[in-house]
Design a protein around this ligand. Structure first.
Ligand code: GLP
Length: 255
């Protein structure tokens, strides 16, 4: 660990590189899961689907001490309009990285191929209400989005838990840069996303943000006032939030 600082309520862990970041976050996450399972029979975890989570998810899957059979899994966003078996779907990504690799009590995916999107929002919102989140594992987008709450749709007081979101061009371009799609026109324009209050309702938030492409987003998160203009700034108001960065993503922060 290079540094451990606090920005408002947000605890920030700076690691040497993305592999160490993933291991550090996974170790603390494993401890938190065990601690929570010491107080209740089942816990609920919401996962993010993005290459930024790769090292973290691999380290978590390799940890044989976690009682996954006492954990219900959820995810935070899904594209609309892709075929049900598309590899680009976040449910496909998470099935490959973790959902299909450890024995969860239940895996609850958002269905982005539903014709009735509003009905799917209601179904998933009800699931989240019945299973309040204990932990969110998430990332921060290059435009500071959390889940698919891009700056133009983020509402810190959103009355909904799940909604349809129009994706910002910068967010869609990041999906191409990340290697998830070949061209910008391949990236869907709409998605279903958990809202900011849905994410913030969790008792603990682990936010993994490695890489030089996130340097500007990390700087904005830590140095700008809390506002919907930079959705990730909301993390600074959460008592149980931890931000994991590496030397590259932390490189623009004034210290
Ligand atoms: N589908 C992903 C989320 O699950 C992820 O948390 C967020 C940040 O992703 P990244 O860390 O790649 O910027 O972007 C998208 O919304």
């Amino acid at each position: 660990m290079l540094q451990n600082i606090k920005e408002d309520k947000l605890e920030v862990f700076v690691s040497e590189n993305r592999a160490i970041l993933g291991n550090t976050a996974a170790k603390l996450a494993s401890e938190k899961i065990k601690q929570l399972l010491g107080t209740k029979p089942f816990i609920n975890i919401i996962f993010a689907a993005a290459p930024s989570q790769n090292e973290f998810l691999a380290a978590l899957v390799a940890d044989n001490s976690i009682e996954w059979q006492k954990t219900n899994a959820f995810h935070m966003d899904e594209y609309l309009g892709l075929p049900a078996d598309a590899p680009e779907l976040f449910s496909s990504f998470l099935r490959e990285k973790i959902f299909g690799r450890v024995p969860f009590a239940s895996v609850n995916c958002i269905n982005g191929s539903m014709v009735n999107f509003e009905a799917e929002c209601t179904r998933y919102s009800n699931l989240l209400k019945e299973n309040p989140a204990d932990i969110v594992f998430m990332g921060i987008g290059e435009n500071t989005h959390i889940a698919f709450n891009d700056p133009h749709v983020a509402n810190f007081n959103d009355p909904e838990l799940v909604k349809v979101a129009l994706l910002d061009p910068a967010c869609r371009q990041q999906q191409v840069n990340d290697g998830c799609f070949d061209t910008l026109t391949d990236v869907p324009t709409y998605a279903l996303t958990l809202t900011v209050p849905a994410l913030m309702s969790a008792s603990y938030i682990f936010c993994m943000v490695p890489g030089i492409n996130k340097a500007a987003a990390v700087k904005l998160t830590l140095e700008q006032p809390v506002s919907e203009r930079y959705p990730s700034t909301i993390l600074k108001t959460h008592e149980g939030a931890m931000l994991f960065v590496d030397r590259d993503s932390f490189s623009q922060v004034l210290t």
